[in-house]
Design a protein around this ligand. Sequence first.
Ligand code: UDP
Length: 403
Amino acid sequence: MKRSLNDYREIVGDDAIGEIYRRARKLYGKTVVHVNSTYYGGGVAEILGSIVPLMNDVGIAAGWRMLRGTPDFFNITKKFHNALQGNSVNLTDIKKKLYCQANEDFSTYSHITHDCVIIHDPQPLPLIQFYQRKQPWVWRVHIDLTNPNSKLWEFLKSFVLKYDVIIISSEEYKLKNMPVEQRIIHPAIDPLSPKNMTISEKDIAKYLKKFNIPTDKPIITQISRFDRFKDQEGLIDIFRLVKQEVDCRLVLCGSMAVDDPESQQYYERTKRKANNFVKDQDVILITSENNILVNALQRISTVVVQKSLREGFGLTVTEALLKKKPVVASKVGGITLQIVDGETGFLVEPNDKEGFAKRIIEIMTNPSLAKTLGENASDDVKKRFLITRLLGDYLDLLQDLIT
Ligand code: UDP
């Protein structure tokens, strides 16, 4: 269903809507193209799916294109992604060549004549090398850049330097020795998307039945791609500790993104680790990509956990907070902005499994604490992390660049 900015009036109020229309006025008819490397799976696709139609609704001609990659290409870019988050990488010439080749191929069939180009994450970063520059190019990087692998960064920097603006998700990710303008824009979620919209009790029950999720015990959930940085394995250890005090279930729901070739392997490892619990149906692993299921799971959970070891900005955290869910999450990256510790949820050091278990048990055994955290959380998300605010930020950026 086509969504319009007006649909958000009830959530953010008329003043905010009028203000966004006003900020769009100088941009009528301007053309903007976003490029990333996947239409689904992960936060970037999630945001683009909402922000691109809204940009069009306010009068910009905004498009979204996807860089086509081979499995080899995605193997390499996943290694780059991990290395940008601090892992080591064996940066061979062949890797560099395959990385650039997919970008060069794209440039031979995809014409870019827009007023502004917005490139998301490292996969399409080299595209700038293969086009005649006619407009500002923006690199919007969604990952945690506090500790990038220096060898890889030196290589990528040759592309980054050509950009007009870099957008990062948090002050902490500011790149040192970088003579390109850096702006901070916090990601956001769409309260009207199928993943976040209000759904009826009947629909929730239907989806839980369809995916075989019993509700006779309290449920702890983490919604995340199967990825070692999301640390589902660590969460199973925490679950073991919680289970000693409170009988409950753990649901790990994670789709496999097309641009992430490692996820299947990590999923298998997680499943082996959960082995006995899986047999007893106390750990439920789900790999289907289904927005309403994610919505339903977040709503029926007693606690939502995000046990990430690295997180540029965890949309899943904000999705749960909007739904008034108490969230216990790692004190890493963007999550430290998303949760006000002790007020809208709890932050725990990523390796402190006992600390996680303690907070989860505290919430499970204290419904009034859960309720207070949830209510604070939802109010806070509405103020800071909705898609309408993100749209306004993009409009300001475009005004500065192309008017
Ligand atoms: N997601 C989903 N199904 C899954 C796992 C994740 O729909 O099985 C969605 C999730 O709800 C969120 C996005 O994918 O909207 C993940 O974004 P986040 O920023 O949390 O992490 P990323 O995957 O980008 O690292």
